[in-house]
Design a protein around this ligand. Sequence first.
Ligand code: UDP
Length: 322
Amino acid sequence: MRFLITGGAGFIGSHLAEELLRANHKGIVLDDLSTGRYENIEHLLKNKNFEFVEGTILNATLVDKLVEQVDAIFHLAAAVGVDLIVKKPLESLTTNIKGSEIVLDTALRYHKKILITSTSEIYGKNINGPLKENDDRILGSPLKTRWSYSTAKAVDEMLAYIYWKEKKLPSVIVRLFNIVGPRQTGAYGMVVPRFIEQALRNEPITVYGTGKQSRCFLYVKDVVGALIKLIEEPKAVGEVFNIGSQEEVTIEALASQIIKITKSRSRVEYIPYEKAYEEGFEDMQRRVPDITKIHKMIGFKSNFSLSQIIEDIVRHLKSSKI
Ligand code: UDP
């Protein structure tokens, strides 16, 4: 099959493109290289089944031209990363709402199946865990920038779902929980690459807040295979799935584990949220996915422990292999 991958030069998108080619599919990547990087996909350019188009999902004419040529779409293009969202709220909102609307509208026009990637931010401050797909969203004020990301992604989900309900556009929604791996950059706030880079440079590890907040980190290689299975599974249409690991770790413990694995001389530095992000910043204290639904649908489970993931990222960084 021939797939369009929006945001395919980004961290997850580039791994997905690689996996699709490995499975003998064809792929067109559309990416504006805002957070994506040319180096992430450069090695794929020699493959005759791969095409890279530099451009934005806000360009409706371009999106139309590409959607027309493919069998199905993976929509990953988005402004992501808490730091980026807080620093560039308007640009982020426009890409995440208007951009997704253009992609979904075009999918509808050509009736092409679409998988959209959403986020665990959807659940907001709901610290009940493990979180199920139909659990409540608990959000702070819309004037707190962080929540604009959650809201934009919820609009994307609603559009995809309603297009399925009302217009029979085959759509699948996947909520990603803290995906990590090689090629992820710490530049937009993501904690794992930031801590690993700090540890390798023996610089202070910047733990925000108390460090008692927890997350579950899933390896990108586990994600891309699942995304392909989901787009190929007819029963997944019209459904939303969590995808994540169930190995819960506090941010403080993550810092210690990274220091140990990298044999770093770094010390931990605690930084208040308002200094790290902005005044009044609210974090999620806990975020653990319930993955029963995706396990039942495609047999998903995570295959890598956190220490294996950290070791792999360190190996990639040291060999500076993309
Ligand atoms: N975090 C941190 N230090 C950093 C970057 C992030 O302590 O240098 C914390 C952040 O406040 C959050 C957790 O690590 O509690 C995960 O942050 P990330 O931005 O990776 O993901 P998300 O908040 O979206 O889960």
